[in-house]
Design a binder for this molecule. Structure first.
Ligand code: F3S
Length: 395
């Protein structure tokens, strides 16, 4: 692989041992995937942040790199942590978990990473342009960046994203190359997609079929940004879809040619089957919305739905701290609070220790959350659209 003189210096250890070790990781990755060179990245999003996911070995790894002087040189954000960093006591998070989680975030802060912890960095100030190379980790964020924005990223692991943050580059392979961004089959959506949960169910079905292939989706009408993020998140959960094209909607759909590709059709039966496979209960102990992290529009819409309603079970809406601050400022947090709900920042239903807090059955409107909650949090799942979930917990 061609390396610039600065990169040779990183590899030789002139910029410190932490940078050297992280750059070596990038070189190894590039060698494995046949990259010819390194390319600069405009931003980074780092996964492996929740103490629940990385445990003590992850914490030690991060503290070690922070102590050895690893420092981010490009704008780098975090994936969600295991708790609301301010209101963790109200969430019922155990003290020892909170202490370790804070040390993890502190280590990232020492490394110069922006500690905004979210899977929707593009809603919180980290918005790449079309065609920009970035190194993001979280699968739904990767899907959104590639598909909806038209930026270019592979799905990085936590260590390779940290390496990109510190070294400012990533090896050029996979979805960084134009030739690897072509669709591989066409999905014709014949089913009527009625609401956000339906977008998740549709994505879930497409992901099961696609696995790691790139679909070209026809027949999506009137999808707005939040629904596209839900669609992509579900595809990346049931499959490993890191890029999709939606005809007339996503930017690269106009530049690729789907003619002659294999075609499959999705009907209402497929959508209903996705609901059946993801539901395992009827009555939730708690409803948690905001997977991927909610936008201000989604929070506004939830506030409208809660108008005049009192709920009798907990309702959390997960989002980034930036978006929560906006909701606080414009009175949405208060309106949701008046109905009995709360906005929870920095974390989500899957990466928080929900099972230790005492919940056994969670209601969600996200197919991705419905997919991971049983295995990650030992939850039974009620997967429905927001209106129906609210109805089930209303007094
Ligand atoms: Fe984000 Fe957690 Fe869902 S990281 S995509 S809210 S599972």
């Amino acid at each position: 692989m061609y390396l610039s003189s600065e990169q040779e210096r990183m590899l030789g250890g002139e910029m410190g041992t932490a940078t050297q070790r992280l750059f070596r990781l990038l070189v190894r990755l590039g060698d494995v995937y046949g990259a010819d060179r390194m390319i600069p990245v405009g931003s980074v999003q780092i996964s492996g942040v929740s103490y629940k996911s990385i445990g003590d070995p992850g914490l030690e790894f991060l503290e070690d790199f922070a102590a050895k002087g690893a420092r981010a040189k490009v704008l780098s954000y975090l994936n969600p942590t295991g708790m609301d960093m301010c209101a963790w006591r109200e969430m019922g998070i155990p003290d020892d978990f909170a202490e370790k989680q804070m040390r993890i975030v502190e280590a990232f802060k020492t490394m110069g990473v922006i500690t905004t912890a979210t899977c929707t960095p593009y809603l919180a100030g980290n918005l790449p342009r079309f065609g920009e190379h970035v190194a993001w980790s979280e699968s739904s964020a990767v899907s959104f960046a590639n598909s909806v924005i038209g930026a270019r990223t592979n799905r990085e692991g936590g260590p390779s994203a940290l390496a990109a943050a510190v070294c400012g580059v990533t090896p050029e392979y996979g979805l960084h190359l134009e030739s690897n961004r072509q669709p591989q089959f066409v999905v014709e959506v014949e089913a009527e997609i009625r609401n956000t949960a339906d977008f998740g169910a549709l994505g879930y079905r497409i992901g099961e079929i696609a696995q790691d292939k790139i679909p070209y989706i026809e027949g999506l009408r009137g999808a707005y940004t939040d629904q596209l993020k839900v669609l992509g998140a579900a595809m990346a959960a049931s499959g490993a879809v890191a890029l999709y094209h939606a005809a007339e909607i996503t930017p690269e759909s106009r530049t690729v040619d789907p003619s002659g590709l294999e075609r499959i059709t999705i009907t209402r039966k497929d959508i209903d089957e996705a609901y059946r496979s993801l539901n395992s209960a009827d009555e939730p102990d708690i409803v948690i919305l905001g997977c991927p992290h909610a936008s201000i529009r989604e929070i506004f819409e939830i506030a409208l739905k809660l108008e005049g309603i009192e709920i009798e079970k907990p309702l959390w809406i997960c989002t980034s701290r930036c978006v929560k601050r906006m909701a606080d400022e414009v009175g949405l947090t208060e309106r949701i609070g008046a109905a009995g709900g709360r906005i929870v920042a920095d974390t989500c239903m899957v990466v928080s220790p929900l099972e230790d807090i005492g919940y056994g059955c969670t209601g969600v409107n996200s197919a991705k959350a419905a997919h991971y909650l049983p295995s990650f949090c030992g939850q039974r799942v009620v997967f429905l659209d927001t209106d129906e979930l609210i109805r089930r917990i209303a007094k």
